[in-house]
Design a protein around this ligand. Structure first.
Ligand SMILES: NC(=O)c1ccc[n+]([C@@H]2O[C@H](COP(=O)([O-])OP(=O)(O)OC[C@H]3O[C@@H](n4cnc5c(N)ncnc54)[C@H](O)[C@@H]3O)[C@@H](O)[C@H]2O)c1
Length: 263
């Protein structure tokens, strides 16, 4: 996959899947524009990219803030004449039980994961239309189709919403040649999951995954870059699972399933 001369915007770019996507795009020649609320992590990212002479523009922004998104996209338009690929990766989780979920928590999770993705995409349509790549990849989750184990009901609902957003935007924006797809990662080792799990819990999760391990942020980044590339030129409105086969698992653990059959 060659991203030479491509302008790739990544939200949530300072950590985890967003950071791996920014790296993988830069390695392939892209000019990356990184959006994140964590200004100091963006500075560390800038330093790493400079070491490798990769072009990078960093724009701190809170994607829960509509006015801030409008401002940052206006600034982006003065820095970049086009966007070839937009990756909406910024996300947060809230872990409470359903009955204890406070409205403010619910709204915060929806505003970053779902409304932030909607606003970024909507605001960037003119820049995407000016690009040659004309692709968007939303980072949803396996939770969009099942139940989140890292987050709560707000996360499951937000990610299910991201799939609806993906389908509808794909349908309408096809008129402009813009493709919109989503990835649904299963468990991925990033700050989000490391902060929410113990080593023992991570081992249990790995044992549930048919391929036997957690995905890496790079595994997801490569799927994102595939969907964003001309290799996927007739793929739009769809989702790609990166979960080591976890969505194939029913009630029994994978090891128990095999043990019952192996003599
Ligand atoms: N890690 C997993 O197992 C997993 C699985 C499925 C889906 N996802 C999704 O992947 C995406 C990336 O998650 P990750 O695991 O890399 O997590 P991460 O915590 O490593 O990275 C998330 C990034 O988003 C940024 N961010 C959070 N809120 C923001 C806001 N309001 N404005 C701007 N930036 C904000 C953070 O600063 C951080 O840099 C998220 O959408 C997450 O829901 C993760």
């Amino acid at each position: 996959m060659d991203y030479t001369a491509c302008h790739v915007v990544v939200t949530g770019a300072a950590s985890g899947i967003g950071l791996a996507t920014a790296h993988a795009a830069a390695e392939r020649g892209a000019q990356v524009i990184a959006l994140d609320r964590d200004a100091s992590a963006l500075q560390r990212m800038q330093a790493k990219f400079s070491e490798r002479a990769w072009p990078l523009t960093t724009l701190p922004v809170d994607l829960a803030d509509e006015a801030a998104i409008r401002d940052v996209v206006a600034r982006l338009a003065t820095l970049s004449p086009k966007i070839d690929l937009l990756v909406n990766s910024a996300g947060i989780v809230s872990r409470g039980l359903f009955e204890d979920t406070a409205l403010a928590d619910w709204q915060r999770v929806l505003s970053v994961n779902l409304t932030g993705s909607f606003l970024c995409l909507q605001q960037m349509v003119p820049l995407l239309r000016a690009g040659t790549g004309r692709a968007v990849v939303n980072v949803a989750s396996l939770a969009a189709k099942r139940v989140s184990h890292t987050g709560g009901a707000s996360y499951t609902a937000a990610k299910a919403g991201v799939l609806g957003l993906t389908r509808h935007a794909a349908f309408e924006l096809a008129a402009h040649g813009i493709r919109v797809n989503a990835v649904c990662p299963g468990p991925v080792l990033t700050a989000m999951t490391l902060n929410a799990t113990t080593q023992a819990a991570r081992q249990q999760v790995a044992e549930m995954v048919p391929l036997g391990e957690w995905s890496t942020p790079e595994d997801v980044a490569h799927a994102i870059l595939f969907l964003g590339s001309p290799l996927a030129r007739m793929i739009t409105g769809t989702t790609l699972d990166i979960d080591g086969g976890l969505s194939l698992v029913t009630g029994t653990s994978y090891a128990a399933y095999r043990a019952a059959r192996e003599k």
